[in-house]
Write a protein that binds this ligand. Structure first.
Ligand SMILES: [Fe+2]
Length: 572
């Protein structure tokens, strides 16, 4: 510290006492010299040149050195810094589930029948685990009761029709079929139903009407239970990367290079370096390369139009990850492997150079791994856009809500036959049978994180700028942010590897989008599942109003001038 102060004085500056304190606080042993250098650089450039170094200036310099600001702090060479925390730590990675080697549908009619029956059985088993839905009967039982007879059963949705404010679900089980009417007189059931899609498996409580018509009194999603997640015994980290898109014209090579530099301990301020030293696991959640022929006119977006070359380039990057870290790789829809879910691991024929570059645990999509006792569900997220586009109230800029819905529906691709291809396998591996502690997806190119009933949800964003295709589709990605999960606390930190100028431009763009949405009145104020017209007057119940819970929403609807009270569940 004495030498640091001496350097400042020699440069012709005085120091305020607060600045000295800040320097002590911010400058750890190994970062003091770069911090002082930065302070002097900023002070020399300032106009007018200051006489005194202020605490504010030290803070600004510390911020500049921060990795988020895009600057690098070179590691002092020749000092022989010690081994890194994670380097001496034994790997605690277990593969819990991998679909690779289990797949092999022929697509015959019988395969489809078996697939859907398996889905129904797996889901029914989930409902049997719940106390409130354990005693389910069948559709036949519900239909056998006289008028107004009550029924409780598990069924799969065959068809869904909406007419004005009424929804008709055709549901079936092994023996029978019925039509279930959901009216808006029961708003919470009506709202749940609005998001329900074909092929979902539900628990229904009904009242018998005429013929094969049942009126819904309650509809229950399989849900995940609130649970206490597993945690690592020490502060150790997993880095979640996805959608790198090597080979794309807008692959953010520099930003990704900074990630690799940070993992190697070459860049970053003291805090970032502390985390980097403790990173033991790197998950690559699909779309490592941009692929070829994935969407119409993709060739216009490609810098490297050769899939083998794309993987060769990717291998160079993956090979830079320090050897003592465990790398887990799953495919995405841009990788060179079958597109139908579940996807097996990317074959050696294409990703061979990646596998040769270092040790890689290559799995299918979806997969489950246990890292330090924390259960991860890894899913590229190919179905996210299907769910987004078919259910009301979702927005691709908030991917965590869609992922939360997948957990509630206990299925990664609830509706069959949309734009996500699904292989009718012997078993439905897309059912979320085991409740994960961390659920990771990518695909949307917008990062985010949240917690739902003890499960940490993370979308890992992207390392690709906006493609022409995305421009045409009106999609604005948010690349360059890296989620890092502390496996001890399960806290997620979004590390910013974007360039400063880029970040400012993107933040401005983000503000513009928000403004535009506000103007268009398109942004839902509450997740009430109402259409734009119906959402004309939505406001929260005021505190303490009798009969209304803290998440109640009052809706005054156009064309029906009455108040409807929706008791929304938290996070629903
Ligand atoms: Fe992607």
């Amino acid at each position: 510290m004495r030498r640091a102060v001496g350097t400042i004085l020699e440069a012709g500056f005085q120091m305020e006492s607060e600045a000295f304190k800040t320097l002590v606080e911010k400058g750890r042993e190994d970062s003091l010299k770069p911090l002082v250098d930065e302070v002097l650089k900023m002070a020399s450039l300032a106009q007018p040149r200051p006489l005194f170094i202020s605490a504010d200036l030290v803070l600004k310099a510390a911020e500049q050195l921060n990795l988020a600001a895009g600057l690098t702090v070179p590691v002092d060479e020749g000092l022989g810094h010690g081994r890194r925390f994670a380097e001496d730590r034994e790997s605690k990675l277990e593969v819990v589930f991998d679909p690779t080697g289990k797949l092999g549908t022929t697509g015959a009619f019988d395969d489809f029948l078996r697939y859907f029956r398996n889905r129904f059985e797996k889901m029914s088993a989930l409902f049997r685990q719940r106390i409130d839905t354990r005693s389910a009967g069948t559709i036949s039982d519900a239909l056998a009761g006289g008028t107004n007879g009550r029924g409780r059963f598990v069924a799969m949705v065959v068809e869904k029709r909406e007419k004005a404010n009424r929804i008709f679900l055709t549901v079936d089980d092994y023996d029978d079929e019925a039509t279930v009417l959901v009216g808006d007189s029961n708003p919470s059931v009506w709202q749940t139903t609005r998001r329900i899609s074909r092929d979902q498996v539900l628990f229904l409580e009904t009242r018998k009407s005429s013929g094969k018509l049942l009126v819904a009194e309650n509809i229950v999603l399989p849900e995940i239970p609130d649970h206490k997640p597993g945690r690592a015994s020490d502060e150790v980290y997993a880095v979640l990367v996805s959608d790198v898109h090597v080979g794309s014209k807008v692959f953010m090579e520099d930003a990704f290079g900074r990630v690799l530099g940070w993992l190697k301990g070459e860049v970053g301020g003291p805090d970032q370096r502390h985390i980097a030293d403790r990173v033991k696991y790197v998950i690559i959640g699909g779309d490592l390369v941009d692929g070829i022929g994935v969407y119409p006119r993709q060739e216009l977006d490609l810098k490297v139009p050769d899939i083998y070359e794309q993987y060769r380039l990717a291998a160079k990057l993956v090979g830079e990850i320090p050897e003592y870290m465990d790398v887990v790789l799953i495919p995405g829809n841009h990788d060179a492997v079958r597109q139908a879910l579940p996807q097996p691991a990317i074959p050696k024929e294409f990703a061979g150079p990646v596998y040769d570059s270092r040790r890689v645990v290559s799995l299918g999509d979806p997969s489950e791994v246990r890292l330090e006792g924390v259960d991860f569900l890894l899913f590229h997220g190919t179905s996210l856009m299907d769910i987004l586009s078919s259910a009301p109230g979702f927005d691709y800029q908030r991917p965590v809500e869609v992922m939360e819905y997948q957990l509630r529906a206990r299925h990664l691709a609830p509706e069959y036959g949309k734009s996500t291809p699904i292989g009718p396998e012997m078993e439905d591996w897309l059912v979320v049978e085991h409740v994960p502690d961390v659920f990771e997806s990518g695909h949307i190119h917008v990062p985010g994180s949240g917690v739902y009933r003890g499960t940490t949800i993370v979308n890992s964003g992207a390392w690709q700028g906006q493609t022409d295709y995305q421009k045409r589709m009106g999609l604005v990605p948010q690349p360059g942010l890296l989620p890092v999960v502390n496996l001890q606390s399960l806290q997620v930190r979004m590390m910013d590897f974007r360039e400063k100028d880029n970040r400012k431009r993107r933040d401005k763009k983000k503000r513009e989008i928000a403004e535009k949405r506000k103007k268009d009145n398109q942004r839902p104020q509450f997740r009430s599942g109402l259409s734009r017209e119906q959402r004309a007057f939505v406001f929260p119940a005021w505190p303490g109003t009798a009969g209304f819970g803290p998440y109640s929403v009052l809706e005054a609807r156009i064309g029906s001038p009455r108040l409807v009270v929706s008791n929304l569940e938290r996070n629903s």
